[in-house]
Ligand binder design. Structure first.
Ligand SMILES: Cc1cc2nc3c(=O)[nH]c(=O)nc-3n(C[C@H](O)[C@H](O)[C@H](O)COP(=O)(O)OP(=O)(O)OC[C@H]3O[C@@H](n4cnc5c(N)ncnc54)[C@H](O)[C@@H]3O)c2cc1C
Length: 544
């Protein structure tokens, strides 16, 4: 807090009495006193792009503030509570379920990108504590030279997406086949509650203790994970660390049917032998291979050489990739990409052999390992990936399934897409499908929609000028966008019939409708206890 401004604020509060109602215009002065005028804006003052997400265009708030530390977050939330304003946290803004788009105009959007410090890396106790605005990329790059890593080390969007956003959504990707979600490795949190007070969870809540362990009495960390910011604002998170796995073996395979690829993924996940194990259908392959950064980018090839640890091995891998070109996936209806990793080469080799024999039993055929090798050399690509190869709009929808339900889910999904094939063709909407085990008991099926449409101001802020210029060639396509919205809803309903559990619930996933009443009632009780006026991100998780 800026000292002079804080004094003025304190004086005014004393004069008014803390609980005395004040005109709304005074709140602007109070917020400016906390964060400084430069970190406070109103709509129309140049930061409106923060009120849009990757899919949804519209959003309104009374103020956008950018706090610099936890004490400022606490002070803002206390002021909002006193004045009856909602508070909506925003991390990197890379979600697409209205999660941080305010549902009421009388809101303060809290841009947490300024809380981006890595506070403690403790190799002796194998934990790391960070502020919530740290991106997955920043954290990965800080840990790697120390020979350390998070078990699940982030999302594909991790160049922009933050730890706070990922933990509020149950994010997955790099390392998820072996280690589950990012939230599975949390030891404790610091959270600012709806009245501005601050609590710690896990062992750090014990007198004189470091945040070295999660379990001591009831788990008070859990309710704040996957909460979409509806229960509090995370201001610190502590993760457990693992040693860097020195030996990485990438493998790729071609399959003729989804059934075969799904069976292979299941068996690999159950065997616990792969860190990553994702599959693409032909459309997803095509879109991915068209991303210039994947194959033609000399810088990416150089990264392959560096990341191989051994110059000769690295150059051979890069040469294989360059020689393989882009066409090697053309004949594959489905492809599977696997990353095996271990600290010991013998173990990694044995695991790779086991994966190859599982794949062979399902009829898979080896492919060049370009995709997993490039993915690991450059885990957090440029944010140009929020648009399709020719700048078309892009948005996913997904469901998590028990391993045994995946084939039924896929067949219902394909029937649904077939029913809409003509309309999709009319609006030039292309669906692409990928699947990925999350731990040994769950699997995600994700549909990626691409359609020609103009980008919006958030895209303009995050993609390269070249990509934006390409995107601007597309005419507005509101009918296509509306159909994509409808298809996402239909797919979620279809998946819900199979007990699917999507993450990234935000304000659009039908969470409340699909929960047992007792379970949802418990969540409402927790919400009422923590936030009796329902001012924390109202509408998230269906809580109003
Ligand atoms: C190109 C691309 C690739 C993607 N790849 C993946 C992927 O591989 N895996 C995956 O899981 N998702 C992926 N996503 C979706 C998205 O990036 C993730 O869900 C990501 O975790 C969002 O993080 P964020 O920081 O952008 O959060 P935001 O979108 O800013 O916020 C998400 C939610 O978290 C809440 N929130 C944010 N910070 C806090 C905080 N400190 N305290 C409390 N609540 C908070 C917000 O209110 C909101 O409800 C991808 C998206 C894009 C655009």
């Amino acid at each position: 807090m800026h000292d002079d401004a804080a004094m003025r604020l304190h004086g005014r509060r004393e004069r008014d009495g803390v609980n005395a109602p004040a005109p709304d215009r005074d709140i602007a002065d109070e917020l400016a006193a906390i964060v400084g005028q430069a970190n406070l804006s109103r709509p129309g003052e140049g930061r409106d792009h923060l009120l849009r997400d990757i899919f949804f265009d519209e959003g309104r708030a009374a103020f956008i503030v950018r706090p610099g530390d936890r004490s400022e977050v606490s002070a803002i939330v206390a002021v909002a509570a006193a004045r009856g304003f909602a508070v909506v946290p925003r991390g990197g803004g890379m979600s697409y379920t209205r999660a941080y788009i305010p549902s009421v105009e009388r809101s303060i959007l809290l841009d947490l990108s300024g809380l981006d410090a890595i506070l403690t890396i403790d190799p002796d106790n194998m934990f790391v504590t960070v502020e919530p605005g740290v991106t997955w990329k920043k954290l990965y790059e800080a840990l790697k030279p120390m020979g350390l890593r998070l078990p699940v080390f982030g999302t594909i969007s991790g160049a922009a997406a933050t730890v706070g956003g990922g933990l509020s959504q149950g994010a997955i990707f790099h390392g998820s086949t072996q280690y589950g979600t990012v939230s599975d490795h949390i030891l404790g949190l610091e959270v600012v509650l709806a009245d501005g007070s601050c609590v710690r969870t896990g062992q750090a809540a014990t007198r004189n203790a470091m945040p070295f362990f999660r379990w001591h009495g009831p788990d008070l960390t859990g309710p704040f994970l996957g909460d979409a910011g509806a229960l509090g604002i995370k201001t610190e998170a502590t993760f457990r660390l693992i040693p860097w796995p020195d030996h990485m073996i990438p493998l790729s395979f071609s399959f003729d049917t989804f059934e075969a690829v799904w069976n292979a993924q299941n068996a690999i996940a159950r065997a616990g032998i792969a860190a990553d194990c994702f599959s693409f259908d032909a459309a997803a392959q095509h879109q991915m291979m068209d991303r210039t950064s994947l194959i033609e980018d000399a810088a990416a090839l150089a990264r392959i050489v560096r990341s191989s640890g051994n110059l000769f091995k690295g150059m051979k891998a890069a040469a294989r990739i360059a020689a393989g070109g882009k066409g090697f996936l053309d004949e594959s209806p489905f492809s599977l990409h696997v990353v095996i990793e271990h600290r010991h080469m013998e173990a990694a080799t044995a695991m790779a052999r086991e994966a190859a024999s599982i794949v062979a039993a399902e009829g898979g055929r080896p492919l060049p390992d370009t995709v997993p090798r490039m993915t690991r050399a450059q885990p957090f690509g440029s944010m140009d990936q929020v648009l399709g190869p020719s700048g078309e709009r892009w948005v996913p929808v997904h469901g998590l399934f028990a391993l045994s339900d995946g084939l039924e889910a896929m067949s219902r999904l394909q029937a649904l897409l077939a029913r809409h094939a003509e309309a999709m063709e009319q609006h030039r909407i292309l669906p692409a499908i990928l699947s990925n085990p999350v731990g040994a008991s769950a699997m995600i099926i994700e549909v990626l929609f691409y359609w020609p449409d103009t980008p919006h101001p958030l895209h303009e802020q995050i993609v390269s000028r070249e990509k934006y210029a390409r995107a601007m060639r597309h005419a507005p396509n509101p009918a296509g966008r509306a159909l994509v919205g409808q298809l996402r809803g239909d797919i979620l309903d279809c998946f819900a019939d199979l007990g699917s559990a999507p993450f990234g619930i935000g304000k659009t996933i039908p969470y409340r409708a699909n929960r047992a009443p007792g379970s949802y009632g418990l969540l409402q009780s927790i919400k009422s206890a923590l936030d009796p006026k329902y001012l924390m991100n109202p509408g998230a998780l269906g809580l109003r």
